[in-house]
Design a protein around this ligand. Structure first.
Ligand SMILES: [Zn+2]
Length: 147
């Protein structure tokens, strides 16, 4: 066999392999899609059977304890769902409320204000004693009241 024949054979082997892989891919992909669709339809029918069984159970036309249990569990889930849906609606409608600004601090009024000296008098800065404006020393505490 010549070298060209060898190459030709190798080439055709490669294309055969590629063709095989492509067909295999196509076939498995098609089958997988068909399987997925069948599973979806089976789930759909199961759901319909469940709905029918639920309706019959609720209508009292069938009395199957396990079915009654399932129906009760379904009712429980549905009522929880209703509550959660209400909570969600409420949460979605919540708006941010600006905090009300704190009232300005009360003007601090000193409880005991130093009494204003009457005319011709002065007050000792040390003890608050009122004395004649001419006094040099406070007669009460002895502090010098003239600078
Ligand atoms: Zn004094």
């Amino acid at each position: 066999m010549g070298i060209l024949d060898q190459l030709g054979k190798t080439f055709s082997q490669v294309t055969d392999r590629a063709k095989f892989e492509a067909e295999k891919f196509q076939k498995t992909t098609r089958l997988q899609a068909e399987i997925n669709e069948l599973r979806r339809q089976i789930d759909q029918k199961l759901m319909e059977i469940g709905q029918r069984a639920y309706d019959l159970q609720r209508a009292g036309q069938i009395q199957v304890p396990s079915l009654a249990e399932l129906a009760a569990a379904l009712d429980q889930l549905r009522s929880t769902l209703l509550v959660r849906e209400e909570e969600l609606k409420k949460a979605q409608n919540e708006v941010y409320i600006e905090p009300t600004p704190a009232p300005p601090p009360m003007q601090s009024v000193p409880i005991s204000e130093a009494p204003a000296p009457t005319a011709g008098q002065k007050i000792c800065p040390q003890c608050g004693f009122q004395m004649p404006a001419t006094a040099i020393f406070c007669p009460a505490c002895g502090t010098r009241v003239v600078k």
